[in-house]
Design a protein. Structure first.
Length: 405
């Protein structure tokens, strides 16, 4: 029997750091496969993932790390058949719906000797309120289907912030266990005990029902289009309708790369020297180039009306990725990140990261989430790479901002 745990969480919540803690402290004796359910043409720190399939990286201590692209269910079967692991950890896209990933695993459960086990969502205690408001549907889906919510940065939250955060989570899901103790103060074993003590049956049934309702709604929309097409006087409207759908289809393909950030973190800890920092938990490290902004900072968490049901992430979140041999200075990159943090002139920026060559021949690695950013030195890459994820992104202005237009 293979246990499958899903570790969900919004962009920059700290999923990768949490997974690393659990691998280091709890899963050392298990045959483990770590799966990143990511899609993308520009894989930051992970190379290209253009061909559908599985990118496998052998890790130390009996752990395999893969990035699944394309048909998630089929590739999951392949991983199970090839490795027969004791446990599979799935790290979904930061803007994916937990219910969608669950449904894929439930389908596999019917054919393989696997059990959908832990449904964990990592939430940044300092940003939960803003993210819940700005990205309701995606954020809330990850909370709604979790059996355990793990708060990150809780050591930096005031007691009032922490209590409000817990109340807001409970208003969406009053059955989930919420781990509020700072990660340095709680052992991985204690966390696992909580995770495995939570029954996921109800959540699984909810996910199946949700998938069924979505399928029925899509079917209904499809019939509705055809009905309109049958009436001549609706013909113009129908043409417009089809164009609109077509645009969305294009949009789906163009922006399937909406979340690449996790590839690099796993590549970082694939190396035994572990000398790269994990980016996700900026608040837990005191970086020289780390900046916090106050409550009034226009860092990108704005109130958008995404409360409509059944949005797909690619309709709302877009990703801009560029490869460039252009040489930069640290001052230039810092200036760009500061601009993206403090204004919304380029869109609502949720994440910016990349690695570029410095004018002096070194390489600059950078990472930004709303309100904070970090620069560090890194290994030369095959070319400079930039990636920005967000909503309403102005791609041409971004090129101008980075000086590569």
């Amino acid at each position: 029997m293979t246990k499958i745990d899903i570790i969900s969480g919004f962009l920059g919540a700290g999923k990768t750091t949490f997974i690393k803690k659990m691998i280091d402290e709890v899963f050392t004796g298990e045959k483990l496969v770590l799966i990143e359910n990511e899609f993308g043409e520009v894989g930051i720190d992970g190379g290209f993932l253009k061909d559908a399939g599985i990118q496998i990286t052998e890790m130390n201590s009996g752990c395999i790390c893969c990035s699944l692209v394309g048909d998630f269910g089929r590739n999951l079967h392949e991983v199970i058949g090839k490795y027969h692991p004791d446990r599979i950890l799935i790290e979904p896209s930061g803007v994916g719906k937990l219910s969608d990933v669950m449904k894929s695993v439930i389908d596999v459960e019917k054919e393989e000797d696997v059990k959908l086990n832990g449904l964990i969502t990592v939430v940044n205690a300092l940003k939960a309120s803003k993210q819940m408001k700005a990205f309701g549907e995606f954020f809330n889906n990850q909370i709604e289907y979790a059996t355990t919510v793990v708060l990150s940065r809780s050591q930096n939250a005031t007691p009032e912030q922490l209590e409000l955060c817990v109340k807001q989570i409970q208003s969406i899901n009053d059955k989930a266990a919420i781990i509020t103790t700072p990660w340095d103060s709680i052992r991985g074993e204690q966390i696992l005990k909580v995770v495995e003590g939570q029954d996921s049956l109800e959540r699984k049934l909810m996910a199946e029902q949700h998938a069924k309702e979505e399928a029925e709604e899509h079917e209904h929309e499809h019939h509705h289009d055809h009905d309109e097409h049958d009436h001549e006087h609706h013909h113009d409207h129908d043409e417009h309708d089809h164009e609109h759908h077509h645009d969305h289809d294009d949009h789906d393909h163009d922006h399937e790369d909406h979340d690449h950030e996790h590839h690099h973190d796993h590549d970082d800890h694939d190396h035994e020297d572990h000398d790269h920092e994990h980016h996700h938990d900026h608040d837990e490290h005191d970086h020289e180039h780390h900046h916090e902004h106050g409550e009034n900072c226009t860092c990108g968490c704005h109130d958008h009306d995404h409360e409509h049901h059944h949005h797909h992430a690619d309709e709302v979140f877009t990703s801009w990725g560029k490869e460039t041999p252009h040489k930069f200075t640290k001052a230039k990159i810092e200036d760009v990140l500061k601009t993206l943090c403090e204004t919304d002139d380029y869109g609502t920026i949720l994440r910016a990261k990349g690695m570029v060559e410095d004018e002096n021949g070194a390489w600059i690695y950078f990472d930004m989430v709303p309100g904070e950013y970090e620069l560090r030195d890194g290994e030369p890459d095959y070319t400079g790479r930039l990636c920005v994820i967000g909503t309403d992104i102005d791609e041409h202005r971004l090129e101008e901002l980075f000086g590569i237009a």
